[in-house]
Design a protein around this ligand. Structure first.
Ligand SMILES: [Fe+2]
Length: 223
C-alpha cells in the first residue's frame, strides 16, 4: 500500500499501517562517514511481534541453524520467508536505507538472517562476502543494556577507520562502534571488519543482518 506522500509505501501490522520510511526518519553519519545510523521511532511497536517470531522460528529445521566457529550464535535465515509482517517491514527498511545511502535505484538482498545471542555467544572479526553494503538492525539488546566488554557490543576493528587507530595511523588499537539501542539500523561497506563481543548477560540479544547489492549476484550465498 502507498500512503499519500510516502514513496516506499506501508505495511499493515495488526490493523495498523506502518510506513516503510516514516517522514521524520533521518540517516545520520557516525563519526566515520562510511557508517550511517538510523533510529526508527516506532521500533517498540514492532519489537514484540518480531522477537516472538524469531524465537518461534528458532526451532524451524529449514530456516534456523546453530553456527559455531567464527560466529558462535544461532542464525535464522531468509527474513522474507518468515511470513511475518514485522519482518517484511524491517526488510523493506533495510532495502530503502541501502538505496538512500548507495544512491541506487534498486536493492537486491543476497542474504538476510537474524542472530540470536545467549550467554557465551559471540561473533569473531569478519567482513561480509557478496555484499556492497551490510545492514544490521538492533532488534532487542536484552534486559541488561550495559556497554563494554562482556555485553555483546557491536564493534568495528578495521585499520581503514581512523577511529579504530587512535594511537598510530593504520594500527588498529581501538575497537569501537556506534551507540545503538532497540530500533537502531546501521549500514556500512560490507568489507569493513567488525565483530560482536561475547554476550555474557542473561536473556537474549537479537539482531538482524542483511547483505545487499544493487543487482542480484548469481549463486547461493549459503553454499
Ligand atoms: Fe557481520
Amino acid at each position: 500500500m502507498v500512503l499519500p506522500g510516502s514513496v516506499e509505501g506501508s505495511i499493515a501490522i495488526a490493523g495498523h499501517e506502518f510506513e516503510v520510511w516514516p517522514k521524520a526518519t533521518r540517516v545520520e553519519d557516525w563519526v566515520e562517514p562510511t557508517v550511517k545510523v538510523v533510529q526508527f521511532s516506532d521500533a517498540e511497536r514492532i519489537r514484540p511481534g518480531l522477537v516472538a517470531r524469531a524465537l518461534d522460528l528458532e526451532h524451524d529445521e529449514i530456516l534456523s541453524q546453530a553456527i559455531g566457529g567464527i560466529a558462535g550464535s544461532r542464525k535464522i535465515y531468509h527474513l522474507d520467508r518468515w511470513k511475518c509482517p514485522e519482518a517484511d517491514l524491517i526488510d523493506a527498511r533495510a532495502k530503502a536505507l541501502f538505496k538512500r545511502v548507495v544512491g541506487a535505484e534498486t536493492a537486491a538482498v543476497d542474504l538476510s538472517w537474524a542472530n540470536i545471542y545467549r550467554r557465551g555467544d559471540y561473533c569473531l572479526p569478519h567482513g561480509h562476502v557478496r555484499a556492497t553494503a551490510a545492514v544490521v538492525y538492533f532488534l532487542d539488546l536484552g534486559n541488561d543494556r550495559q556497554v563494554g566488554p562482556g555485553h555483546g557490543q557491536f564493534c568495528f576493528a578495521d585499520p581503514r577507520l581512523k577511529i579504530c587507530c587512535q594511537r598510530e595511523a593504520h594500527a588498529m588499537t581501538t575497537p569501537c562502534g556506534p551507540t545503538v539501542e532497540n530500533g537502531t539500523m546501521i549500514i556500512f561497506p560490507g568489507k569493513l571488519v567488525h565483530f560482536v563481543d561475547t554476550y555474557r548477560d542473561p536473556g537474549t540479544r537479537i539482531t538482524v543482518s542483511w547483505n545487499i547489492n544493487a543487482v542480484a549476484i548469481p549463486g547461493d550465498p549459503l553454499e
